[in-house]
Design a protein around this ligand. Structure first.
Ligand SMILES: [Zn+2]
Length: 350
């Protein structure tokens, strides 16, 4: 007990139940370092975060935080609990153990996945395993990752788009044409999001579930619909090849996969909050960029017979400013990408 602490961060309002009687008391709870402080009237209890077990939401309105000794704190403030978990996650990354308390069927499925994962890990190593996990991830889970990642991108990097209505509908039209063809019949929910890029400049980024973020700067830098189409086909390639989920699993670990399967949104949220940074800083792997360029080359060859539009815009953007992932990922280098695109074009249809 400590009597002097006051809420250092937004306090959750809720009810405290001591676990021995049915009575409940109005209470506040907040995060203080690595502890959760629960205040009932004048009395405060500090509980180490490691001893707090958070029930997955599972469609329930009320969130329950289990405290040691059978006591619990209940609150209707779902957003507050999520915020608290994500703040806690910053200090104590990925508290995912509790995800295993989800539905039994999923737990069993996860166990099977884990065993399979172990075998695959030994056989193929993490990159291949991430690819397998990415292919097994349901579209709904991928889409929920998109929403989380976009929220963080908006908070940290992007500003609202200032494109005119005409520019916007032109971009939408090109995007629709490309994604309908590249993603046909694969179940992805392609969605174009335009934003002012700020420090990320002219850029485009594919999120795991089909959301493609493109900056106003990139739209303005494109000199033709074909250039835009080349960029979009590249991003759509990242989506259909499931690169977002695969690199997430590679970076954050396969526990994220399990948390997505068990439907524990809070944990997925915690993990997803690390993703934008990873995606922005690391971009996709060399292999992934090459594969996405292959998709873009395919589209461009079918619609115009040349990879030149993509080569042109990549070259122009590279001249204008230093490389920033994803579109201008530093690996593979621009020269290599350009020469690969020329080779793809030369060998097209052979
Ligand atoms: Zn890329």
């Amino acid at each position: 007990m400590r009597d002097t602490a006051t809420p250092t961060s937004a306090a959750l309002r809720g009810l405290f139940l001591d676990g021995t009687s049915a009575a409940s008391h109005e209470a506040d709870a907040w995060l203080d370092g690595a502890a959760l402080v629960v205040r009932v009237g004048d009395a405060q209890t500090r509980v180490a975060l490691a001893d707090v077990r958070v029930e997955p939401p599972l469609g329930r309105l009320r969130r329950v935080l289990h405290l040691p000794g059978g006591a619990r704190f209940e609150t209707d403030d779902d957003a507050g609990v999520r915020a608290l978990l994500s703040r806690a996650g910053a200090r104590e990354p990925l508290r995912l153990v509790r995800t295993l308390e989800g539905r039994l069927g999923w737990v069993l499925a996860s166990l099977v996945a884990f065993v399979a994962a172990g075998v695959l890990m030994v056989t193929f190593g993490l990159p291949a395993l991430s690819g397998v996990a990415a292919r097994l991830t349901p579209h709904t889970a991928l889409s929920s990752m998109d929403a989380q990642v976009l929220r963080v991108l908006d908070r940290q990097y992007l500003a609202p788009s200032t494109l005119s209505g005409a520019q916007r509908s032109r971009v939408e039209r090109v995007f629709g044409r490309v994604t309908r063809e590249v993603g046909e019949g694969q179940g992805f929910r392609f969605r174009l999001v335009t934003r002012e890029g700020g420090e990320t400049g002219a850029n485009a980024m594919a999120l795991p579930g089909g959301t493609v973020v493109v900056t106003d700067e990139l739209v303005r830098a494109a000199r033709s619909d074909a250039e835009l189409a080349g960029v979009f086909a590249h991003e759509a390639g990242h989506v259909t090849l499931r690169h977002g989920a695969a690199s997430a699993y590679r970076s954050v670990g396969l526990l994220l996969f399990v948390s997505l399967l068990t439907g524990d949104v809070s944990s997925a949220t915690t993990a997803a909050s690390a993703l934008p940074l990873l995606l922005v800083q690391n971009g996709y792997s060399r292999e992934m960029e090459r594969d996405a360029d292959r998709v873009a080359a395919g589209w461009l060859m079918r619609h115009g017979g040349s990879t030149r539009p993509l080569r042109d815009i990549l070259t122009r953007l590279d001249e204008e400013r230093p490389s920033v992932p994803d579109l201008l990922s530093t690996h593979p280098g621009l020269e290599e990408r350009l020469s690969d695109l020329r080779v793809l074009e030369a060998n097209w249809g052979r």
